[in-house]
Design a protein around this ligand. Structure first.
Ligand SMILES: NC(=O)C1=CN([C@@H]2O[C@H](COP(=O)(O)OP(=O)(O)OC[C@H]3O[C@@H](n4cnc5c(N)ncnc54)[C@H](O)[C@@H]3O)[C@@H](O)[C@H]2O)C=CC1
Ligand SMILES: C[N+](C)(C)CCCC(=O)O
Length: 540
């Protein structure tokens, strides 16, 4: 196994640049690690050793600061390594008794955790962030086993998660209220109080990110947390529980229950859950919001997207091509914010497409544990079938595949579902592939003539998660950014998530924001206290 110099950052950046240039950037380390049979064998051994490791075989619920199995098993689901499609183990689903127990532990934890000062809570989170950095490699390797994404991407994810936990650790001490002077010496003050027990439900594309983006602001604000990971990716959220425990988080403040839809429903409808924070598909988000409406629970929803990435004729072409690739091909295209509708100005379509296709074909599809792999495995056969159906439908509706869109066998031992990144041209706004979220590496290229036209077409969607604008004209960039109906926009880049920048959607893409300071508002409630300093006056 090539050693990742665990200071992390530099190595991650090198890998990130490597991804950006898809092989163009000279990367000595990667050169040295060109796949050879020995390295392949080594990486298979690595996957095998992780799969037999305690991370995989140990109990995957987390209650009272410890791993445990559910006390009653309402069914099992398979945990598979996406790259081999091999079943690593069966995981028992939690039912009512265990969901009740998790919520009750969290209620118990809330009594003391919510009474600590923000500074004290923040210290625990900051310690947790440091432990995450120390365990970056182990967390990243386990994330690969769960998701099938390339190892360098998993490292970037873990680094980002540690930053988020650190960031909310820092903000915790700043959670405060306001003082409002009123007439005759009276005054009012406000306090931001925690909500209580927060429930989280995650999807499978960024498992550790979802656990940490939801738990760290919740905990910073004094809430306690019960999380249900996606059944496809149960591993790293539990490791986060162990990190929190080691950092000094009291038992019961962070809990994990594993399961599928039924477990998610039990959590969502539990009467002692004050808020649900969900990441996943729009239909499921809508069901969760509906269930929460019954008890007037708070919700944060991070849902799907069908975002535009607009390439104007005055852009830096190379950056725009890189941006379009970043907007479509990270994590096998399974990213909610992806800019899958790539609008290219007619006048530069030729050179843009030539460069894009040439660089896309050079992407390295392969063993996720190899350092130079840029395309890993699709999460599941089910998701692979969905992606292939969209490509077939696109062809039937008149689009043309210029590259990719096929299942690739990278190694006879890797029997998972690897798909070559797909670029579609001759696309039109009405086509299914242009209207619906595919959640796979399928980029639809559309052309446009004018700024006004592209804004109208970009906004013609029920979704409004993200969007990108590539231009060297600053006024145009700001003008278009202000006209786009989306929550997370990028000018001259795409799919970057620096900690502190709020992330979330407009329209059906969701409610609330994660990763920024505003997130604290979504995990607290405001209490205002009026203080009378004189006599009480009344007409009776
Ligand atoms: N935009 C996004 O962020 C994501 C979109 N998707 C899309 O959704 C499709 C389905 O993938 P899934 O993983 O099944 O996504 P999903 O949105 O149905 O499930 C996400 C999570 O919600 C849980 N869940 C499902 N139904 C629930 C319910 N009624 N109440 C409470 N919890 C519930 C699941 O167990 C999982 O943990 C994918 O093919 C993909 O197109 C999937 C993941 C993320
Ligand atoms: C922040 N981001 C875009 C990397 C992940 C958000 C959740 C998702 O894609 O489902």
């Amino acid at each position: 196994m090539p050693k990742h110099d665990n200071g992390g950052r530099k190595s991650i950046l090198i890998n990130f640049q490597n991804f950006l240039a898809f092989g163009l950037v000279e990367n000595l380390r990667v050169e040295m690690l060109r796949p050879c049979p020995y390295v392949r064998c080594f990486h298979r051994c690595l996957a095998t050793s992780i799969s037999s490791s305690s991370q995989v075989q140990a109990p995957l619920n987390f209650l009272s600061g410890k791993r445990c199995d559910p006390s009653e098993n309402i069914g099992n689901f398979d945990l598979k390594y996406p790259a081999t499609d091999e079943t690593l183990r069966q995981v028992p689903s939690s039912g009512e008794r265990d969901v009740n127990e998790a919520v009750s532990q969290a209620r118990e934890g809330f009594r003391s955790w919510s009474k600590l000062s923000g500074f004290e809570r923040g210290n625990v989170l900051k310690r947790a962030a440091n432990i995450m950095r120390e365990r970056l490699e182990e967390l990243a390797q386990t994330e690969v086993l769960d998701t099938g994404k390339p190892i360098w991407e998993a490292r970037c994810d873990v680094q980002g998660c540690a930053d988020t936990v650190d960031y909310y650790g820092g903000l915790a001490a700043r959670i405060s209220g306001e003082f409002l002077p009123l007439s005759n010496g009276c005054f009012s003050y406000t306090v931001r109080e925690p909500l209580g027990v927060v429930g989280g439900i995650g999807a499978w594309n960024y498992p550790l990110q979802m656990a940490s983006w939801k738990s760290s602001p919740a905990l910073a604000c004094g809430n306690t947390f019960v999380f249900k990971p996606s059944p496809l990716t149960p591993l790293t959220a539990v490791m986060l529980g162990e990190v929190y425990k080691e950092a000094g988080l009291p038992d019961g403040c962070y809990n994990i229950i594993q399961g599928e839809t039924k477990t998610g429903q039990l959590l969502t409808t539990h009467p002692n859950i004050a808020k649900m924070s969900f990441t996943g598909s729009v239909p499921t988000g809508s069901k969760i919001m509906e269930a929460c409406a019954k008890d007037i629970k708070h919700v944060t929803l991070e849902l799907g997207g069908k975002s535009p990435c607009i390439i104007f004729e005055d852009c830096n072409l190379e950056n725009a091509v890189t941006g379009a690739m970043l907007a479509n091909f990270l994590t096998q295209g399974q990213v909610c914010s992806n800019g899958t509708r790539v609008f290219v100005h007619k006048s530069i379509m030729g050179p843009f497409l030539a460069q894009l296709v040439e660089r896309t074909k050079r992407m390295k599809i392969g063993d996720p544990y190899l350092e130079d792999t840029t395309v890993g495995a699709t999460i599941s056969k089910q998701q692979f079938d969905i992606v292939m159906r969209y490509i077939e439908l696109a062809k039937k509706e008149g689009a043309t595949v210029v590259c990719g869109g096929e299942r690739v066998t990278v190694d006879p031992h890797l029997r998972g579902y690897f798909v070559s990144p797909c670029i579609l041209v001759n696309c039109e706004d009405h086509m299914t592939v242009v209207r619906e979220e595919v959640f796979g590496s399928v980029m639809s290229i559309l052309t446009f003539d004018s700024e006004e036209e592209v804004i109208r077409r970009a906004n013609d969607s029920e979704l409004g998660l993200a969007g990108g604008i590539f231009t060297s004209n600053l006024q145009r960039a700001y003008r278009v950014a202000s006209a786009l109906e989306a929550g997370s926009l990028y000018i001259n880049n795409y799919n970057v998530y620096p900690v502190g920048v709020p992330f979330g959607g407009y329209k059906k893409s969701g409610l609330g924001r994660e990763n920024g300071p505003d997130t604290l508002d979504y995990y607290t409630q405001v209490k205002s206290v009026y203080v009378e300093m004189g006599d009480v006056e009344a007409p009776f």
